[in-house]
Design a binder for this molecule. Structure first.
Ligand code: PAF
Length: 281
């Protein structure tokens, strides 16, 4: 597999109808969710760049950045089946932050105001800064992001519109493990007990969507919090129901509309997020 540390090493070609360059940005600690993005990118493009870079500016707590799982050896092993099709971009800080490691400031309106935007101040400025740098450096035709980070995905779509680089943002479905936990690099930070108890998250969300979608938002929230409270060392950060387009949380459901539930919680020290569609039945 070709591994590069500077985007300048990529032989840049002007965009053309005959070739297509895909980009899958990651922070490493790869799992099956990342592999599904990579598989799709490989199917849909003539070449694919996978980036691995743990972006310091999107962590609002130093401890979180220090504990974020990093294992390039394991990542390389997981990428082996694709080694002929991929270019792996493992940039140095300088390649993405030539003027020093700091975020730019963006205004994404309501998209970045609530949920992760509210709980993790500065997080989306950090994400947008690095995604903008990756887009400018790689200039892909298509870029792949997972719907697990649904709010991030909407923000990247908005960023992409303003950058005008003619990149197609491809949204890929959230993948879950067999017991329902949304796949995330952070899952490996949990103890066996927390990992096993964490299946309560999807079980509860699924119950709300399948059996209780006519409850009020506050009934849903109370139920979610009470189920999570049954597990030791779990703590809900937020439970929100929001319009998937503007991401403004709502308190009253309009039966003609579809919504999404967004949750964040701590399993011990590990912060988990999940989201599920709350569709009209
Ligand atoms: O979703 C992620 O892994 C990161 O937020 C991203 C998009 C790679 C930016 O660092």
């Amino acid at each position: 597999m070709l591994i590069i540390h500077k985007a300048a090493e990529l032989q840049k070609k002007p965009k053309s109808r005959k070739t297509s360059l895909g980009l899958v940005p990651t922070m490493g600690a790869l799992h099956a969710g990342h592999l599904s993005l990579i598989e799709r990118a490989v199917e849909e493009n003539s070449s694919v760049v996978v980036s691995i870079y743990v972006n310091p500016t999107q962590f609002n707590r130093n401890e979180d950045l220090e504990n974020y799982p990093k294992n390039l050896e394991e990542d390389l092993e997981m990428l082996k089946p694709f080694s002929k099709q991929l270019i792996l971009y493992v940039p140095n800080h300088d390649d993405l932050y030539p003027e020093g490691i700091q975020s730019k400031h963006y205004d994404f309106g309501s998209l970045s105001q609530f949920m992760e935007g509210d709980a993790r101040p500065g997080h989306f400025d950090g994400v947008a800064t690095i995604v903008e740098a990756l887009f400018q450096n790689i200039n892909p035709d298509k870029a792949y992001f997972g719907e697990k980070d649904f709010q991030q995905l909407q923000i990247i779509k908005a960023l992409n519109e303003t950058l005008n680089l003619e990149i197609e943002i491809v949204s890929c479905p959230l993948l879950r493990s067999e017991d329902g936990l949304a796949l995330s690099s952070r899952n490996r930070l949990m103890s066996d007990q927390l990992r096993s108890d964490s299946k309560i998250i999807y079980q509860t969300l699924n119950y709300i969507v399948e059996e209780a979608s006519d409850w009020s938002v506050s009934q849903m929230e109370v139920y979610f919090k009470s189920k999570i409270a049954e597990k030791d060392n779990f703590k809900v950060d937020y439970f929100c129901v929001a319009d998937p387009n503007d991401l403004i949380p709502i308190t009253h459901l309009d039966s003609r509309k579809n919504y999404r539930i967004f949750v964040a919680l701590y399993a011990g020290k590990t912060r988990l997020i999940d989201t599920i569609e709350l569709a009209r039945k």
